[in-house]
Design a protein around this ligand. Structure first.
Ligand SMILES: [Zn+2]
Ligand SMILES: [Zn+2]
Length: 297
């Protein structure tokens, strides 16, 4: 199985258009070693012919152009076979509207996510006016063949984040995906948003060959400290990396071959390659995703 990081930043990207935080300034000015990043999404394939997108970011057009494997073959055929959604956040779904020129979009999403996209943000209601949407309901726990020797299993990711649209505690609002190569039995987990590594969530990560995990914030109060927002990372549905109960400590105890932080907010100091925070991650044998990174599992 192949994985390509199409984008590695959280919502807003790096730099974010309206942000002058130290990280965004550094990447604009080139004053510290760091690279610009587009908003998070990965593409997965068993054969490098058919690709499955995990989330569709507002940067999807640029991401496709940057990756020749996703370019059309012949007329208007696309190697993009389907889009699988982890939730209904705009930075994970606005890209669907950019796929509207296609004949149809095969979309894997839970009923809760679909409902938000139809009745809440309206993304799906709009998309359906332009092209066919082939909705495949995602049921956490079910093992689903994806074609070409891949299967996926979605799992529930509990969150207390206040929903902008729809009921707050509905199941299926946020899921992670475990994708298995049926040939080798090796698995990838995509988990760009996780507030708490519960026993159930940890069980889904255990034994996987490669884990892409929520690296939104370093500190829980990162945005508060910078005066950019009054919400903590956890209140926004993201477990911070730092701290005794942060993800760095917790993930170090799991049986995972390769752990790669993704969905990194522009305020997170791990984006600066010479930062002590970046060194701490690397000392633990973990990685910080960048756009264009490819992993063979
Ligand atoms: Zn996001
Ligand atoms: Zn910023």
């Amino acid at each position: 199985m192949w994985v390509r990081v199409l984008g590695s930043a959280a919502g807003g990207g790096f730099p974010q258009w309206n942000c002058g935080c130290p990280g965004c300034r550094a990447v604009r000015e080139g004053s510290r070693p760091c690279r610009p990043r587009t908003q998070s999404s990965i593409a997965v394939s068993a054969d490098r012919e058919r690709w499955f997108l995990f989330n569709a970011s507002p940067d999807v057009r640029t991401q496709i152009e940057a990756f020749p494997d996703l370019h059309p073959r012949g007329d208007r055929t696309t190697p993009v076979s389907a889009v699988l959604l982890t939730d209904a956040e705009l930075d994970h779904t606005l890209g669907l509207l950019l796929l509207r020129e296609g004949r149809a979009v095969e979309l894997h999403a839970t009923p809760a996510v679909r409902e938000t996209l139809c009745a809440g943000t309206g993304v799906l209601r709009t998309l359906e006016r332009y092209c066919a949407v082939d909705w495949r309901p995602v049921v956490p726990g079910d093992e689903v063949p994806l074609g070409d020797g891949l299967t996926y299993r979605a799992f529930d990711v509990p969150t207390t984040k206040r929903a902008r649209f729809g009921p707050a505690h509905e199941r299926g609002r946020v899921v992670g995906y475990r994708v298995t190569d049926t040939g080798s039995g090796r698995a990838l987990v995509y988990l760009p948003g996780v507030q708490q590594l519960t026993v159930d969530v940890r069980a889904q990560l255990d034994g996987c060959a490669c884990l892409f995990v929520d690296g939104t914030c370093w500190h829980d109060d990162e945005l508060v400290r910078l005066g950019l927002a009054n919400k903590t990372a956890r209140e926004m549905g993201h477990l911070p990396i730092d701290g005794p109960d942060g993800s760095l400590e917790q993930l170090a105890r799991l049986r995972v071959e390769r752990t790669i932080y993704i969905h990194i907010n522009n305020t997170n100091p791990v984006l600066l390659e010479d930062s002590p925070e970046r060194r701490l991650v690397e000392e633990r044998g973990m990685e910080v995703a960048m756009d264009g990174l490819e992993v063979r599992i």
